[in-house]
Design a binder for this molecule. Structure first.
Ligand code: ADP
Ligand code: MG
Length: 463
């Protein structure tokens, strides 16, 4: 058995190089020198540290030390590797590298790997997660990655105890606002569970079968004032979109002592109500730029102005509010919750804004109509095609009536035709509803549809 610990140092001697550390257990097992040294290098290669073989632990980062410690644990080729809080002392970037190393170990060596992490980031990376609550196993998540589309299929299982007691995950209970009782119905091969319905009245919306523009009141007519910070909406004379000004924006990451210049002094203006596309090869800084526009990341230098407001001048809470109220997100992988129906997924942002049920219903119906999925409201997301799932994600981004939609490679997982229909929808949202839409994409069809096209290369704006 191989063991990894929260403190990598437990597997490492500080006065030995990484390679010597990995060789040590083999030496204790009388393995020949040449075999030892070859295998040590192979193991360091599996954990991604071939180029660090001659470094002593004190010259390695915490995450790198942990990966060397894993190579040490594997030195004598154990069939099982146990890891206790392996990422407890490292930042999330390094934690992901440790996860990559564990995956490589599992794949290259066939080692069974069992870890107990506290870190949800780590749990999100592995194929199987068993949760222990109150001393007993309560839920299990199984993930499957299909080869061709690289989409992760996820299933969550709840473990029954011997008398048939069932604990629902807290997140589900909260999301569906379940209280003391839930309604059950036994179906031929499954059980449905519903939250208890309140005393709701039918929403009497005069539903007009109208194009996008008629569904969206222009500024001033917004029925849900809490959805827009007045400072922004007042600045807009027509449409609900916001203009974005990026000033001298620079973002530098430190990675293992090296500097990565993700963005260098980028200046650009995004007009309100436009479909603006940022193009550029992978690694050129597109996602970094979207994150900075959303206030999800801090620039190293420079500023973003959201309408008249400068992000640099906002408190962390103001940024969170801005994000929740005014920005809708669309991702390459859709990001829908598999355990919720289409309409429940679309409702999530409204729940975060504490919009009452009746208003939620009306808003959800409206956006599902806009994206052409009114008849799929009760479906589970896995019953929909990729294009339909992306429409659900767009509906979810739209439902809070944002002033800005940020879409990161929204057509990346779709075939050309479906991608074209998604980009047409985003274009309508900009031109007819007046929402500002910013898309990061390397898809030429998306570039064609743009009102404004910017291009990044190595973090610099080249067009
Ligand atoms: P794109 O979205 O165009 O593919 P990104 O914005 O994701 O590009 O990345 C730009 C560069 O910044 C890349 O070199 C990437 O490795 C680096 N980078 C992005 N995020 C981080 C991070 N959190 N830490 C270190 N480097 C990062
Ligand atoms: Mg990206």
């Amino acid at each position: 058995m191989g063991f990894g610990w929260q403190q990598p140092a437990r597997n490492l001697l500080t006065y030995l190089s990484a390679r010597e550390n990995v060789e040590l257990p083999m030496q204790l097992d009388d393995v020949k020198t040449t075999v030892r040294s070859k295998r040590a290098l192979e193991l360091l290669d599996v954990v991604g540290l071939a180029d660090r073989a001659d470094f002593r632990p004190d010259r390695l980062s915490g995450g790198e030390q942990q990966r060397v410690a894993l190579a040490v644990a594997l030195a004598n080729n154990p069939p099982l590797l146990l890891g206790d809080e392996l990422t407890g002392q490292v930042d999330s970037e390094s934690a992901l590298q440790v996860c990559d190393a564990l995956r490589a170990i599992n794949q290259a060596l066939g080692t069974t790997v069992i870890i107990v992490p506290h870190d949800p980031l780590v749990a999100s990376q592995v194929n199987r997660v068993v949760t222990i609550r109150d001393g007993r196993t309560s839920t299990e998540i199984r993930r499957r990655r299909s080869q061709e589309d690289r989409i992760v299929h996820e299933e969550e299982w709840v473990i029954l105890d011997r008398v048939g007691r069932l604990q629902l995950p807290r997140a589900y209970v909260n999301t569906l606002e379940m209280r003391e009782r839930v309604r059950l119905h036994l179906e031929p091969d499954h059980i449905s569970i519903w939250p208890q319905e309140g005393d709701e009245r039918q929403v009497m919306e005069d539903k007009q079968q109208s194009p996008v523009s008629h569904m969206w009141p222009s500024a001033g007519g917004r029925p849900f004032d809490r959805l827009a910070a007045p400072t922004v909406s007042e600045a807009q004379s027509e449409g609900i979109g916001v203009s974005i000004t990026v000033e001298n924006l620079t973002r530098t990451f430190e990675l293992g002592g090296k500097k990565v210049h993700a963005l260098r002094q980028v200046n650009l203006k995004i007009p309100a109500g436009s479909l603006t596309v940022i193009k550029g090869p992978s690694g050129s800084g597109k996602t970094t730029l979207l994150n900075l526009i959303a206030g999800l990341d801090e620039p190293t230098d420079g500023d973003v102005r959201f309408g008249e407001r400068s992000l640099a001048g906002m408190s962390p809470q103001e940024k969170i509010d801005l994000c929740r109220q005014q920005i809708g997100f669309v991702f390459q992988t859709f990001g829908l919750l598999p355990f919720l129906s289409v309409e429940e997924n679309v409702q999530v942002p409204l729940r975060l804004l504490l919009i009452p049920r009746q208003e939620r219903r009306a808003l959800v119906d409206e956006v599902l109509e806009m994206v052409g999925l009114a008849d799929r409201a009760r479906h589970r997301t896995h019953e929909l095609s990729g294009g339909e799932q992306q429409r659900v994600a767009i509906a979810r981004a739209l439902v809070k009536r944002p002033t800005l939609i940020l879409a990161d490679e929204p057509t990346g997982q779709l075939d050309t035709l479906t991608g074209a229909s998604i980009i047409a929808l985003l274009k309508d949202i900009a031109s007819q509803a007046g929402v500002t839409v910013v898309v990061a994409s390397h898809d030429p069809n998306v570039h064609e549809a743009a009102d404004r096209l910017f291009e990044l290369k190595d973090g610099q704006l080249v067009r």
